[in-house]
Design a binder for this molecule. Structure first.
Ligand code: TXA
Ligand code: MG
Length: 338
C-alpha cells in the first residue's frame, strides 16, 4: 500500500477525511503525539488499527471528538464533574474514561463497558474530525511497544506501507500522550496515565485526585489493573534504556565507568560538556521541554545505532510525572541510583 504524506491544509485534510469515511487509516497530528485514526464506530476500520500497530486486542482505543455535544452520543451516566473538566481542559490533552453506549463497538473499547474520550486541540485533528463528521478512534501511531511518534517522519517510519496517509502537522507541542482519568465519585478522579494536564491542574475542578500506584511501580504478575495499557511493555527503542537517578556529576562518573562502544547518554542541558566521555544528547531542562523531546530522543538513539542508553531521570513533578512514567517503562523498570 502507498502511504501518502498529506499537508495539513484544507485540501490535504479533505482528502484524509474521504479516506476515513471509506474505512481507511490516517496518521493524524495532535498536540500530544501523532495518532493512527479511523472511524471509531466502523468495526472493520478499527480492526485495521489493531493489525497495523500489532496491538493486543484487549487494549482499548481513545475516541476523539470535536464537539462536546458528541459526548452524549457515545457515553452514558456522564458525571457533572466530567462536563466541568471538559469545559476547562478541552480541547486539550485530557482523556476521560466514561461508561460507553452501544454506539461504540466492543472492538474499539477492547471489550470493556467504558470508553476513553478526548477532544484534541491540534487544528488539523479538529478539522479532520469535523470534515469526516465522525468520532475518530486513535491510539498513538507507533508500532506497539515503540516510542510514540511526535513528528510526521516518525509516523512514516512506523506506518509506511501499512496505512493510506499521514497528515504532516509539524512537531507535537506537548510530546507525551494525554492524561487519562477515571471517575471514582462525584468529586474524585483517578489518574491512570499522567500527561499534559497535571494533578494540580485537575485539582482546580476536582476535590480529590488519586495518582494510581501503577504509574510509578511495576505491575506484578496476576495483579488486576484499571487500565489495560498499564500491563504492556511500552515506549522502548531497540537500545536498552537505563534510568539513572542522581546529580549530573555522579551521573557522568557512573556512565564513564560503564562506558564502552555503543553506550550513549540522554541528559538535561549539557552545560558541562567535557565531563561525559560517551556521546550524548539533551532533552531539555524543565518538565515541558523534557515532555516535548523525550520520544524523539529515544527514537534518535536507534538511528545512531546505540546499544545502551543511560538517561538522567527527570523530576517526577508536573508534566515530569508523565516523562518519568514513560521512561521507567522504556527502561523496563531498570533504575540505578548514583
Ligand atoms: O494523547 C493521546 O492520548 C494519544 C493521541 C493520539 O490522542 N492517544 C493515545 O492512545 O495515547 P493509546 O491507545 O496509545 O493509549 C491509550 C491508553 C492506553 O493505555 C489504554 O489502555 C488506555 O488509554 N485506555 C483507553 N481506553 C480505556 C478504558 N476504557 N479504560 C481504561 N483505560 C483505557
Ligand atoms: Mg500508545
Amino acid at each position: 500500500m502507498e502511504t501518502e504524506l498529506l499537508s495539513a491544509d484544507i485540501a490535504g485534510i479533505e482528502k484524509a477525511a474521504e479516506l476515513i469515511k471509506k474505512g481507511e487509516l490516517v496518521g493524524m497530528p495532535t498536540e500530544t503525539v501523532y495518532g493512527l485514526a479511523a472511524d471509531a464506530c466502523n468495526q472493520q476500520a478499527v480492526a485495521k488499527i489493531f493489525a497495523a500497530k500489532g496491538r493486543p486486542a484487549d487494549n482499548p482505543l481513545i475516541v476523539h471528538i470535536a464537539d462536546i455535544s458528541e459526548l452524549q452520543n457515545l457515553c452514558d451516566d456522564i458525571p457533572e464533574l466530567a462536563y466541568r473538566l471538559a469545559g476547562k481542559f478541552w480541547p486539550g490533552p485530557l482523556t476521560m474514561i466514561l461508561k460507553k453506549k452501544s454506539s461504540v463497538p466492543d472492538i474499539t473499547s477492547g471489550g470493556l463497558d467504558t470508553v476513553g474520550i478526548r477532544m484534541p486541540s491540534h487544528p488539523a485533528a479538529l478539522m479532520l474530525i469535523e470534515k469526516s463528521g465522525l468520532p475518530l478512534a486513535a491510539p498513538s501511531g507507533n508500532i506497539s511497544g515503540y516510542p510514540s511518534p511526535t513528528k510526521a517522519e516518525h509516523m512514516m517510519r512506523d506506518m509506511k506501507g501499512r496505512i493510506s496517509a499521514v497528515i504532516d502537522g509539524g512537531e507535537c507541542s506537548v510530546g507525551v500522550e494525554s492524561t487519562v482519568i477515571s471517575f471514582e465519585n462525584d468529586n474524585t478522579v483517578r489518574i491512570l496515565r499522567p500527561g499534559g494536564v497535571t494533578r494540580d491542574d485537575l485539582l482546580e475542578e476536582a476535590e480529590n485526585v488519586i495518582i494510581d500506584p501503577a504509574i510509578l511501580h511495576e505491575i506484578s504478575e496476576g495483579q488486576t489493573v484499571r487500565s489495560p495499557g498499564m500491563k504492556y511493555q511500552h515506549y522502548s527503542p531497540k537500545a536498552r534504556v537505563i534510568m539513572v537517578e542522581g546529580g549530573y556529576e555522579s551521573f557522568c562518573r557512573y556512565v564513564n565507568e560503564n562506558s564502552h562502544e555503543g553506550v550513549y547518554a540522554i541528559v538535561f542541558e549539557d552545560d558541562n560538556k567535557g565531563m561525559l566521555r560517551v556521546p550524548s544528547v539533551s532533552y531539555g531542562c524543565d518538565d515541558r521541554e523534557q515532555a516535548h523531546m523525550i520520544f524523539s530522543r529515544l527514537r534518535e538513539m536507534d538511528s545512531l545505532g546505540a546499544e545502551k542508553v543511560y538517561v538522567m531521570a527527570p523530576k517526577a513533578e508536573g508534566v515530569g510525572l508523565a516523562v518519568y512514567n514513560r521512561l521507567i517503562r522504556a527502561a523496563g523498570f531498570e533504575v540505578i541510583q548514583v
